[in-house]
Design a protein around this ligand. Structure first.
Ligand SMILES: [Zn+2]
Length: 284
């Protein structure tokens, strides 16, 4: 059975100058991938404390995405932001909570400076730690999470959330926060989302679902309003830690061949939902 020539977007891939970099994008393309959201990867070690320090690293992410587009036919988009784990990394590195928050906010400011650059479509991943932290850390992380939503709204870009997996209640809370920030819910992408795809359950946020068979099949039992991602880390020291760059195209083909998606659901996942979230045109 042949599959249609429709766009295939991986909604969450990291690229690193120390990893496979553009080679990973070539693998993605060979498997049938056509569009890619490249998510800024936090630096190893202590996060920068200055806006300039963060900006330098974020500019590398933009450069990698540009290079990938030069050597492949894949169209790349970029999301920039300080990863929520950077806040707790600062604390582990003996910065106090105010210093850690300042370093994190410098990251938000750096991202904001770059949101108007070509191909930058989102602020993220932002959010809060997915592991347990002390109450004061949790509160501060949540404040900065909401600050991030506001920055996305003010700059008219999407927000990509890194959080605990979440459930109906947390989705409701994030949707409320987005509303208060003035950010449309259809522009709030929940990275590493559980298969909560029914809009009554996710309150209009956009699930970005890891391309494992179980997750996708569970999602498709309810609806096709979601995107697919690998969360490829491009980290040579953790090759097995995540899914490889070929997986979103492969799974898309498998789902089609198994009759679990038709042309219409395919377009919903890889064209319509991304268009609503990021304002991008993957079928142009
Ligand atoms: Zn990620």
């Amino acid at each position: 059975m042949s599959v249609p020539e429709l766009p295939i977007l991986d909604d969450h891939m990291h690229l690193s100058p120390d990893g496979k970099g553009v080679e990973a994008v070539k693998e993605f393309e060979r498997a049938g991938g056509t569009h890619l959201v490249v998510i800024h990867k936090p630096a190893d070690g202590l996060p920068p404390t200055t806006v300039g320090g963060h900006r330098g690293l974020m500019e590398q992410t933009i450069t990698l995405a540009e290079e990938a587009e030069q050597v492949t036919d894949v169209e790349t988009y970029v999301s920039l932001g300080p990863h929520p784990a950077e806040f707790t990394k600062s604390l582990d590195g003996d910065r106090d909570i105010d210093e850690a928050a300042e370093a994190y906010q410098a990251g938000l400011e750096a991202a904001e400076d770059l949101l108007s650059r070509d191909r930058v479509v989102a602020l993220g991943e932002i959010g809060r730690p997915h592991y347990e932290v002390p109450d004061d850390v949790w509160e501060t992380a949540n404040e900065m999470f909401r600050e991030g939503l506001q920055i996305a709204a003010e700059n008219d870009v999407a927000a990509i959330l890194h959080t605990e997996p979440g459930d109906r209640e947390t989705f409701a809370q994030w949707a409320e926060w987005a509303e208060e920030a003035g950010l449309d819910r259809s522009r709030v992408v929940k990275h590493f989302s559980p298969p909560i795809v029914d809009e009554d359950d996710n309150h209009g946020l956009v699930p970005s679902i890891i391309a494992s068979e179980d997750n996708l099949e569970a999602a498709l039992e309810d609806d096709d309003r979601f995107m697919m991602e690998t969360d490829y880390l491009d980290d040579p020291s953790r090759p097995g830690a995540v899914l490889g760059p070929k997986l979103v195209p492969r799974r898309t083909h498998q789902l089609y061949e198994a009759g679990l998606i038709d042309d219409e659901s395919w377009r919903r996942i890889h064209v319509e939902v991304p268009r609503q979230a990021y304002g991008i045109q993957t079928d142009a």
